[in-house]
Write a protein that binds this ligand. Structure first.
Ligand code: CTP
Ligand code: MG
Length: 232
């Protein structure tokens, strides 16, 4: 199959409430670089990357433009203002993508340990099926709660996965999914759920726990430790 041009969307506009602190997570430094830069450097190694759009908050737009020009001097790059929810931030970025793009990858700014080979696997599977999501098998048994924290269901762990990013889709499909979500005011906790709503086929690609999302203070400690141990 002919390689399709890939656009990358990085949502980086969150306020990082669960982590706390003054600086938003993507702009904290580990190993001398911001977490956003480390994530971008992973995608720089992916063949076929044609454009990069970062969604961020107003105060960080200028700094992010400088960063994008430094890392991707040869690519088309844009910085857009984020929205209230992660989905709104991605919506704003999607509007920038050119018609030439065949595939769109969405990757959280705060997952700098993603393996380049895993991104490439997702690209290949998405090109083939319509969508692909990097994920790991659920490690713990997952419970569904009802009122008063009573357990109402224990789904079979064998079928349960934890979705990560990147999540990669045919450009036309993710556009359709976001248009549909906007029309019916649907908010999903990931991009795939919006694509699933419009009947798109999305497959799982088994990745690694190392691609965790820096969310809580403990995650940041683990990230610093991994960076020191040469895992980047
Ligand atoms: N994000 C975004 N726009 C938002 C919310 C989140 O672009 N309105 C981005 C974050 O910057 C992050 C990614 O989406 O890179 C994943 O979100 P999450 O880990 O939840 O980050 P925050 O929303 O910043 O953290 P918290 O939920 O703890 O406030
Ligand atoms: Mg959040």
């Amino acid at each position: 199959m002919e390689k399709q041009q890939l656009a990358l969307i990085i949502p980086a506009a969150g306020s990082g409430e669960r982590l706390g602190g003054d600086v938003p997570k993507p702009y904290l430094k580990i190993a001398g670089k911001t977490i956003l830069e480390l994530s971008l450097l992973k995608f720089k190694q992916v063949p076929g990357l044609g454009e990069v759009i970062v969604s961020t908050s107003k105060n960080f737009m200028a700094q992010t433009e400088v960063l994008l020009n430094k890392i991707f001097p040869e690519l088309k790059t844009y910085v857009v203002e984020g929205g209230k929810e992660r989905q709104d931030s991605i919506r704003n970025a999607l509007n920038k993508i050119s018609g030439k793009t065949g595939l769109v990858a969405v990757h959280d700014a705060v997952r700098p340990f993603v393996a380049v080979v895993d991104i490439e696997k997702c690209v290949d599977e998405a090109a083939r099926w319509g969508g692909a999501v990097l994920a790991t098998r659920a490690k713990d048994t997952i419970k569904v709660s009802g009122p008063d924290l009573e357990i109402v269901q224990t789904p079979n762990r064998k079928n349960l996965w934890q979705a990560q990013t990147p999540q990669i889709f045919w450009a036309a499909l993710i556009r359709e999914a976001y248009d549909n979500a906007e029309k019916y005011n649907i908010y999903g906790s990931d991009d795939s759920s919006l694509v699933e709503q419009v009947g798109g086929k999305v497959v799982l690609v088994e990745g690694s726990d190392k691609n965790f999302k820096i969310t809580y203070p403990l995650d940041l400690k683990i990230a610093e430790y991994l960076a020191k141990s040469g895992e980047l």
